[in-house]
Design a protein around this ligand. Sequence first.
Ligand SMILES: [Fe+2]
Length: 460
Amino acid sequence: MWEARPPVDATCYQASAELSGFGSHVASEAVLGALPVGQNSPQQPPLGLYAEQLSGTAFTAPRATNQRSWLYRIAPSVGGSASEPLPSRLQADFSDAAAVAAPDPHRWRPLPLPTGAPVTFVEGLVTMCGAGGPALKEGVAIHLYSCNAPMLDTAFSNSDGDLLLVPQAGALHVVTEFGRMSVEPREVCVVPRGVRFAASPAAGSSGARGYVLETFGPHFRLPELGPIGANGLAEPRDFVYPHAWYEDRTCDFTVVTKLLGRLYATKRTHSVFDVVGWHGNYAPYKYDLRRFHAVNTVSVDHPDPSIFTVLTVPTNEPGVAAADFVIFPPRWLCAEGTFRPPYFHRNCMSEFMGLIDGVYDAKKGGKGGFEPGGCSYHGAGTPHGPDAAAVASASQADTSRPTKFDGGLAFMFETSALLRLTPFAADPSNGMLDTDYGACWEGLPRLFSSAGVANGSNGK
Ligand SMILES: [Fe+2]
């Protein structure tokens, strides 16, 4: 599809002018005529712009997975001062020497919104857990952010992996090389590896907070649908790309790059958000979780949560994900004779959960409970499931009639990797760690009685 310049004050996702379609090859011009026709790198690109390719995959990746975009910008990305290291709370080393194994269930209260001194999105990032690393492009990291100040004259570029941003409190205004996106709670966006962007709390707000899934390997894709058929779950057309937008501004500009988990700053003399037109299939995008087309049982039992997968990152083993982004959306519950909340389980995958708003139907009570903005971690093999309060209510509930679960939106980052917690996440003094989480399973009633039951002893 081809889009002319949108109205000056338009957001990037007006229904009348969407650049949509997951993985689509799209084109956008902030000034008509910015894109060359019939070739990508003319001797003299239109409007005196520079042509620059941003590769998202190896040049020789198969066509089905090959991703790249061409950007037509006022100045090429080269140049700038020598990079200087910056302090941060980010981490990409999840070796035993740098991170902590966690065999027990963990739960955290929300990362507080900053008060007082200004904290930008990049400054407010902190790593909670991860596995693998960016050096060999394998594994994931999970971060939280909490910020109260805009990224002025600054861009962030992550060389380590793709970033899935999940706002929980406050909208994020995300300016990228490809255009602008406003992303509010119940929406998400993905900023692929190497795309420069600035994320800021919405103007006039007290701040913004949320979750970040970083994947070091392949890019996100839509899950297979299998027997579900051609429709359902996240529909490709609901993924929306920004329109080209640029600023022609000379200023002291800083580009912060994350490389191998460390931050480096380089100075420029103009804004890097100077892309006047672009085309390709490697670009940031957003998705409204409220458009998710949930599929569920209409007979018995609670399906595995994989039916709620929004995005996935595969491993080389079929059906096994390096990362799944799964939501637990509002939906009708109609399974008869069934314990309707999530079942007790031990998963060979590792689960990191967050709560965007409301409540999660498997955690009704407990001391403090599972709060919006909070998170939990159940590593591979760690037993977990509904708390005692959820069992008490759901095991006695009337299942002869459907009920609507519309009390909140939880999500899960699930990975086949074995995660380790960062020292920050594992530190009880961080003010977030719920050291009494295990108490939520106290009080589960004993229902079995051996009185009057023959001891089978394997039937002998
Ligand atoms: Fe689970």
